[in-house]
Design a protein around this ligand. Structure first.
Ligand code: PHE
Length: 451
């Protein structure tokens, strides 16, 4: 039987979990959500959501993971054997495969766009129409996207095959600092562009009249996706922690770093965006791939700026896909006694196959581009079902389980195991039992009704 892996240090966990959290969710999704939902008001609600609902659930997931030292399915089985609770874990494992399948398609674009940027494609004079055309011909090029998806999943499989210390830890220890450096460099550069103040105002000065229930709903959903919560990723990463690590400070670190990166991503995008007349922040999902190249083509040093930006996105995406693959792989190793390499390869292949319809989602006139009756493309549906609803449902059940079934005071005992007492334990337990379940319930219902 394969020996279970573990982190070399607490720092390694913080970097790997941040690597999981920080991804396309922060640099691609957060800015476009902010752009569509009123700018600074959304940012404010998002920060509150991350540090209340997000932090509470984060701590619940790591404590259950470390207490059981198992994958999500095994964790529920160990605490409540012979009960249907393990199904929450199964949902998590399944969700991981599904998110990985479409997430890797978009991650593949970051590879393609990095190459485009290096080749100098963004240094010519570009207009919105020409970039739109470029994006369309790129994203509807089936063969190319096939290849990019394959490359991205293969990279992910290779890293996960090398295990916790030798693969995930080693890579995230190098890539995360690189990511932080590029991020801060680009943000400083962006806010110093002439005319940046317009974007800063939009992004940082809240207009409170823009806050409504929809903004709150999207902010909480975004926090779940961005913090990798609700499907057992953080539980799985937590299961490789040692008993001497103090969980609350790690949790606070990861939530803070993730929020920091999202805020910085906005700082890169909005000031730059507003320096070019006629660019709207409310572009939706294509914001990063359609609007930014135009912007890069218009600013001095835009070619380097652009190459670095897409490379940053690539790194962020890779450390997230690794964590997605690790969930089913941990399940197969723990529960089915598979060896790591075989598990990584098999699940990688499965995700690749499930990812194929998402490749066709951007090809106009294709079945997967405009699915009859639903009138949406396949990738958007996958994101809604797995990236939104499934995470919220998973989070709801994890909160109920840790709060009421395993019981919050047992979880608190686990949290206090390192010897350091968690001062806000009571408050945390209160949030977990009385705030999270009703809020999540309402959000799940309204998400289903709005769509
Ligand atoms: N948190 C990642 C991001 O922001 C996505 C992710 C979701 C990763 C769920 C793992 C689990 O891009």
């Amino acid at each position: 039987m394969e020996k279970r892996g573990g982190w070399g240090s607490k720092m390694a966990f913080i970097l790997a979990a941040s690597g999981s959290a920080i991804g396309l969710g922060n640099i691609w999704r957060f800015p476009y959500q902010t752009g569509m939902n009123g700018g600074a008001a959304f940012v404010l609600i998002y920060i509150i959501a991350a540090f209340t609902v997000g932090l509470t659930l984060f701590l619940a997931e790591v404590s259950l993971g470390r207490a059981t030292k198992r994958n999500p399915v095994g964790a529920f089985k160990e605490k409540r054997p012979k009960s249907p609770w393990f199904l929450v874990g199964i949902l998590g494992v399944f969700t991981a495969v599904m998110i990985l399948s479409y997430y890797a398609v978009i991650a593949g674009w970051t590879v393609g766009y990095s190459i485009k940027a290096i080749k100098g494609d963004f240094s010519k004079t570009l207009t919105k129409a020409s970039v739109q055309k470029m994006f369309l011909s790129f994203s509807s090029n089936t063969g190319l996207n096939f290849l990019l998806l394959l490359i991205f999943i293969s990279l992910t499989v290779i890293v996960v095959s090398f295990g916790i210390k030798g693969g995930i830890e080693k890579l995230t220890k190098i890539l995360m600092p690189v990511l932080f450096i590029i991020l801060v460099y680009l943000a400083i550069k962006s806010v110093s562009f002439e005319g940046a103040s317009k974007g800063l105002l939009f992004y940082l000065k809240p207009d409170f009249s823009k806050i409504n229930s929809k903004v709150v709903l999207y902010a909480i959903t975004q926090a779940f996706f961005s913090l990798s919560l609700g499907m057992g990723t953080i539980m799985t990463y937590g299961s490789y922690l040692s008993d001497s690590d103090y969980l609350p400070s790690s949790a606070l670190w990861v939530v803070s770093l993730d929020t920091f990166v999202a805020i910085m991503a906005g700082l890169i995008i909005f000031p730059t965006l507003f320096t070019v007349p006629g660019m709207s922040p409310a572009q939706g999902p294509s914001l990063v791939f359609v609007i930014l190249p135009v912007v890069f083509s218009k600013i001095s040093g835009g070619a380097i700026f652009g190459s670095l930006f897409f490379f940053l996105l690539l790194i962020a995406a890779l450390t997230s896909t690794i964590s997605l693959l690790e969930v089913p792989v941990a399940y197969l190793i723990d529960e089915k006694k598979w060896n790591r390499k075989k598990a990584a390869l098999a699940v990688g292949l499965l995700s690749f196959l499930f990812g194929i319809p998402s490749i066709f989602a951007n090809k106009p006139g294709n079945f997967f581009n405009d699915i009859p009756f639903i009138k949406k493309d396949f990738l958007s549906i996958m994101d809604f079902v797995w990236g939104n609803i499934s995470l919220l449902v998973g989070g709801f059940f994890i909160a109920i389980f840790v709060g009421y079934i395993w019981k919050y005071n047992k979880a608190l005992k686990e949290i206090n195991k390192s010897g350091k007492i968690f001062k806000f334990g009571k408050l945390w337990g209160f949030f977990l039992r009385f705030i999270l379940p009703p809020i999540l319930f309402i959000i799940i219902l309204s998400s289903l009704l709005i769509k």
